[in-house]
Each structure stands twice: as structure tokens, then as C-alpha cells.
Design a protein around this ligand. Sequence first.
Ligand code: FRU
Length: 457
Amino acid sequence: MMPPAGWMNDPNGLIHFQGVYHLFYQHDPYQSKQGPMHWGHATSRDLVHWEHQPVALAPSEGYDCGPSGGQGCWSGSAVDDNGKLTLIYTGHVDGRTPEEAQCLAVSDDGVTFHKPDDNPVIGDSPDRERFGFRDPKVWKRGDRWHMVVGYGKDGRGQAILYTSSDLRKWEYRGPVLESDGTMGDMWECPDLFPIVEEDNHALIISPMNTGSYKNLYVTGTFDYEGCVFHRKLADQIDYGFDFYAPQTLLDDQGRRIMIAWMNIWGAKMPEQAHGWYGAMTLPRELTLAEDGTLRSRPVKELETLRGEKLSAAGITLADGSLQSVSGVEGQSIELIARFDPEGASEVGLRIFGSPDGKAFAEIRYTADEGKLSMDRTLATEGDGGVSAAPLALLEDGTIELRLFLDRSSVELFAGEGRVAMTNRIYCAREQTGIAFFARGGNARLVSLDAWKLRSIW
Ligand code: FRU
């Protein structure tokens, strides 16, 4: 999903409402850079084909509109309030005191929204000595609404909790979790949700100023009475450079589905020159594994994009060689490749290869480090760099990589949902080469299935 024009960042208000998936997003319809924030809106019945809807929210009131600088209807979520699609967002106005407040917008038809007079419904943060107070995510448990808000206090990111019976009057309950000192100084876009059985929960955050990573999940149990999250483990939910502000929804099949902004603040943004910026990741289904790790896999519906199929099996990858598979090429393709590293120290594939072989991006598994990396240094007019994740071999000693390429978007999945890696790679049209390799010994491409992605336009 991309904006029809202009700027896009975070997904907002993800909800499956009366049979339709709604995806709102941070949007400036008038320019390809961040400006006064609106909420763009798209809907889908299958998570694959999206239809643009009129802009849902625009800055208009004292609490969400200012003369200049950062302002507007910042990130938030959506709920079904007795059949009324209701948005909860942060009104942000640079220089106003307080700068950030939580607000509602209500719709009768799912398309047009109005801001009630009760706004802002949470006018100020519990404490003025804080760094950020934004991005409310609301859910219902029993007959009570719960809201987590992103916060920072004394150099530590926090997710703080409010509860309400009517979405209008909110009671502050305290921090549900805070950084242990290594998890950033402000947690943007927190999302707290039950997964599998009721008291198992996951908290997803976009921490600021960690230095190295830009997203994190924490699994554990949530004690609603005491409002405390008991942490089991924490890890990255995506190891790529271009994955931020993920949000989830629960659909009518009981699936927990996550979509993130497929970009990152501060990156080179080549498409701005063409009047737009921003894309969403593919929707991913989240599950909780027995070991407490959160797994993410592309939703099943994406298989409807599969066009012509090409398969191969049992190909020996000789040490130092680069091997292509007839017909497997292009910039819009899904691949599932299973490798047996055998004696090789590195095995993987090159994508976006130029005809002269000088430009390419490389996805490689490094056996002695148990590491999966994506190196885009030689491929792109955007940012370079190598992203990496720990990856264990499957029980049978192989690794399976599932890869979606769609022009500048690259989404890689491995390790039975444990590893996801999302990167933007901006390369020339003629960089369509795909080739497999092994180094430091021979390896085997056990099987390969590739599908040209069908155009949905
Ligand atoms: C995250 C974020 C949010 C904020 C929004 C503004 O990318 O900074 O914290 O609400 O973007 O567009």
C-alpha cells in the first residue's frame, strides 16, 4: 500500500470493521515530505487489494493544528464503539502547552469523521517532565477500554496505561513497562495485545535513540488488575533498516495481523523527487511460539499475487560460482529457496544484479556465525549498509528463505517466522539479475520455487 500522492509514514487505526480491513496512515497529501499530519485512509477485503478512501482527518482545531512546525493529527488507533468506527489519535502542536493530547474522531459511515466537543479526551500527560506523550493504541477487555500511550521519563521509554468505560473519561493507571536502560528514551507507537491465550501478551514498540535497532517486541503476561506487564523475552520484530511504527489488528478469523511503515526517519528518500514518499510492509500474521518468541509470516492471501511459477531442485552450488536459474529474474517476484550449506562457509543469493554484474544486493547466510545478512551497499541509489539477524539451521540442517521483491521493496522471512528483514533498495530498471552462490566450499540449493508477482493494477 502506498499513498496516492504526497507523504506517508506510520500505519494508524488498523481495524477489521464490519468485514472490511481499514488502514489509515500518517499523511501529508500536499507534499512529499513530513508536514501538517492528516490521516490518509485505504480499505481492503483481502489485505492485498487496497482502495483509496477520502482523507479521514485533517488538522483543524487548537489541539491538533498550529501555525508552523510539527503539528496535526498524529498516530493512533481505531475501535468499534457499538458499531461506530472511532479513531483515537494524538493532537500535536509544536510550541503549545501541552504539546500533545489524546483526541477522538467518530464516524457514522466509516468514511467521514467528526471530532466531538469532548476533545481532547486526555488533555495532558501525567507528568510535564517527560519526553513525548503520543500514539494511543486502544482495545477493549470485558466492558473496559484500555489505552497504551508512548512515553519517555528520566531517559527511559515507557508505555503508560489508561482505562475508560466510555472512551471519553480516562483514568491514568501507570506505566505497564519501561525500558531496562537499553531500550531507548521514548517508546513511539506502543501496541499491547493478547496472543494465543488470554494472559499471554505482546508489546510492540518503536523505541527512539537506541543507536542500533528501531523496533522491539516484548512477550510475557499482562496483569490487568495490577496493570503490570511481566516480561518474558524481548527481541527485534524485524531486522531490516526500513521497518518502523508497526501496528496490529485482530480480524474475524482471530488472526493478529501487523503492518509497518516500510521506511525509516532520516533515510535517503529517492521517490520524493517524484512527488510521493512511503510504503507499507506486506501484512504479516503474528503467532506466539512455545519458547515465547513472536513469529511473523506474510498473510496467506498474498498467494493470490502468484503468477507464473518456476521451480528447480537439487542444484549444486560450487565454491565461488554464481549460478542463475532459467527464467528466475526480475524486480517483482516471490521466491522460496531452501539451501543446504553443506561444507560452505557462506551461501545465498544475489538480487538486483546489473547486466555487467557490478551492481547487486546480496543475501547471505554465514555458517560459522549463524547469521543471515542483507547487503545493499552495491545496489542502490538509496542508503547502503548491511542488516543482519541471528539464524539457526532448521532441524534437517537446511535454511529456508522466503523473499518478496517488488521494485524498491525487499521483504525477507526465515527461521520459521523468527526472522524478518525489510529493506528498501532503490536500483535501476535493468537490475533484474538473480543468482545463487556458495563460498568456502560447495553447498546445495535443495529446492527453489519462484513466482512472478501479478500486477494488481
Ligand atoms: C512515529 C511518529 C509517531 C508520531 C508520528 C508523527 O513514526 O514519530 O510517534 O505520532 O510519527 O507523524
